[in-house]
Structures are given as C-alpha cells and as structure tokens.
Design a protein around this ligand. Sequence first.
Ligand code: ATP
Length: 134
Amino acid sequence: MKTLQVNIVTPDGPVLETEAEMIIASTEAGELGVLPGHIAMVAPLGIGALRVKKDNSTKLVAVNGGFIEVRPDVVTVLATSAEKAESIDIARAKIAEKRAKAILEVEKNAQEFERAELELKRAINRIRVSEGGF
Ligand code: ATP
C-alpha cells in the first residue's frame, strides 16, 4: 500500500515523524482526509485530533492549532502545540479543564473569557485524545 511521510513539528521540536497510509486532520473548515497523491494545499488547523492510519491501526495526536501543508507524498503539520496520545498528562489536562471552567463562570472581560474558552477546548481535546475518543 502507498504511504506518505507525516511530520508534526512544534516550537518545542518534532512530535512525530512517521509513514502513514492516510491521515485525517481537523482543519478550521472541517475534517480533511489525505491519501498519498493528494494535491498540494495549505490549511489552518483547529484544536482537534490528527489521526494517522497505518496497518489497520490509528495513532492519535492532539493538535492545538497551526497549519497543515499537504504535498503529494509529504504532510507537514506546524502546530502551536501537539502531543501524542501516550504523552498526554491526563491529570494536568483535567486540572486545566477545571481551571478554565472556573474562569468562565466569573470572567467578564471578553478577551480573558475567550482565552479561557480556548484553554478549555485544549484540555477537553487532550482528554479525548488520551482516552482514544476519536
Ligand atoms: P496548561 O494550562 O496545562 O499549561 P496549556 O493548554 O496552556 O496547558 P499549551 O500552552 O498548549 O498548554 O502548551 C504548553 C506546553 O505544555 C506544550 O509543550 C504542550 O505540548 C505541553 N502540554 C500542555 N498540556 C499538556 C498535557 N496535559 N500533557 C502533556 N503535555 C502538555
């Protein structure tokens, strides 16, 4: 089966470099499935999972915004932050979730409210990815 190279990089360094038969990314415009030979494109990513499929198994990576660049045989994800499912500290994500919810209950400042909403989204995404809920 044909494969494509998948590279996920963040400001902290590379998170994943692997071959895949297919990937599914969560872009701001919705889910994007990429097979080898896909036309070249760039799209902004939302907070979601990147699903990397190979040999009938799916690897999950939490991706917290950034860009995906697709070329026919290479997918590069430039992520604001990203964690493989097995690297996620679930206790930390649950604390972040609680903290964000507490802020959202009282915050009046629109900018701070939005910041807490994004923190909550990242935390829920990490919890979901680490539990394999995609
Ligand atoms: P927190 O509030 O827990 O710091 P955050 O969403 O503000 O979370 P980010 O700014 O997105 O954190 O990321 C900072 C760094 O910490 C990144 O390297 C990210 O991969 C890592 N990180 C954040 N949360 C977790 C987690 N639950 N498990 C593993 N790594 C995490």
